[in-house]
Design a protein around this ligand. Structure first.
Ligand SMILES: Cc1cc2nc3c(=O)[nH]c(=O)nc-3n(C[C@H](O)[C@H](O)[C@H](O)COP(=O)(O)OP(=O)(O)OC[C@H]3O[C@@H](n4cnc5c(N)ncnc54)[C@H](O)[C@@H]3O)c2cc1C
Length: 224
């Protein structure tokens, strides 16, 4: 990587949309599409971030795992916009737990109603500067400052070793792959788990539907 992982100006110029994605860098660009291959019409600004590989965007995601609270589920009703959710936090809470246990989410329980706690593996403690910010924010503004909740295995449980995954090594190289399976991606976790059933078929074929708005014509192209 001639620019120590940074993207060359030329490549950024050729990919003004996709290069906006967090984590888009010289060592990860192959997990993202090229703008020229996948054009789309933007009537309003809309950044469509895509990666067409087995594992999808679970290879490029930031791994932040925050539960919604009842504040989110009831927001349309409270503020009178869009359509009310047919479910509330209590309906999905057990499923959040189910997923968190399986994929492994670390975090610190804070007891804050607007960001419910989950089934956390040990979380990343704040360093002394962060702790200071936390204290000051609370003292002056009554605002919370918390450690993020991440799909990183900080203490592998039986369910994780069964998936063939190990402890996160804190190497800060997640975007290059995951030889230890320390963070959740479908390649390390759910796909091998599905494969074990013998019922999984992976079809890594890319279909691109191109809708021409001027000619009102739909063209279907297939890439193998
Ligand atoms: C940079 C980045 C950071 C993110 N950070 C976070 C985060 O911190 N927390 C969070 O919760 N979410 C985050 N997300 C969002 C999250 O990654 C996605 O919402 C999630 O991965 C979407 O999963 P999916 O299975 O719906 O779609 P995808 O992961 O896009 O999977 C779709 C798959 O289908 C394949 N496919 C498409 N068409 C066909 C076809 N015709 N035949 C066969 N296969 C096909 C694609 O190749 C792809 O593998 C982030 C996303 C990005 C890009």
């Amino acid at each position: 990587m001639p620019y120590r992982g940074h993207i060359a100006r030329e490549q950024r110029k050729k990919n003004p949309l996709i290069s906006k994605a967090a984590g888009y860098a010289a060592d990860t660009a192959h997990f993202f599409i090229e703008d020229a291959d996948h054009p789309y019409v933007q009537e309003k600004p809309f950044d469509w971030i895509r990666g067409y590989q087995v594992g999808g965007k679970s290879l490029t995601w930031g791994r932040a795992c925050q539960r919604w609270s009842d504040f989110e589920f009831s927001a349309p009703q409270r503020y009178g916009y869009a359509v009310d959710w047919p479910i509330r936090y209590d309906d999905v809470a057990p499923w959040y737990s189910h997923v968190e246990r399986f994929i492994g989410v670390c975090g610190i329980k804070e007891g804050i109603e607007s960001m419910p706690d989950g089934e956390f593996l040990p979380g990343y403690e704040l360093n002394c500067v962060e702790q200071h910010i936390k204290d000051v924010l609370w003292k002056k503004f009554k605002r919370h400052y918390v450690s993020g909740r991440w799909a990183h295995i900080t203490q592998p449980q039986e369910i994780h070793t069964q998936q063939g995954r190990g402890q996160c090594q804190n190497r800060n190289l997640c975007m290059r792959g995951r030889p230890y399976g320390g963070y959740f991606s479908s390649v390390t976790s759910t796909l091998p788990w599905a494969q074990k059933t013998g019922n999984l078929t992976v079809a890594p074929i890319r279909w691109c539907i191109l809708l021409s708005t001027t000619k009102k014509k739909v063209a279907l192209r297939a890439y193998a």
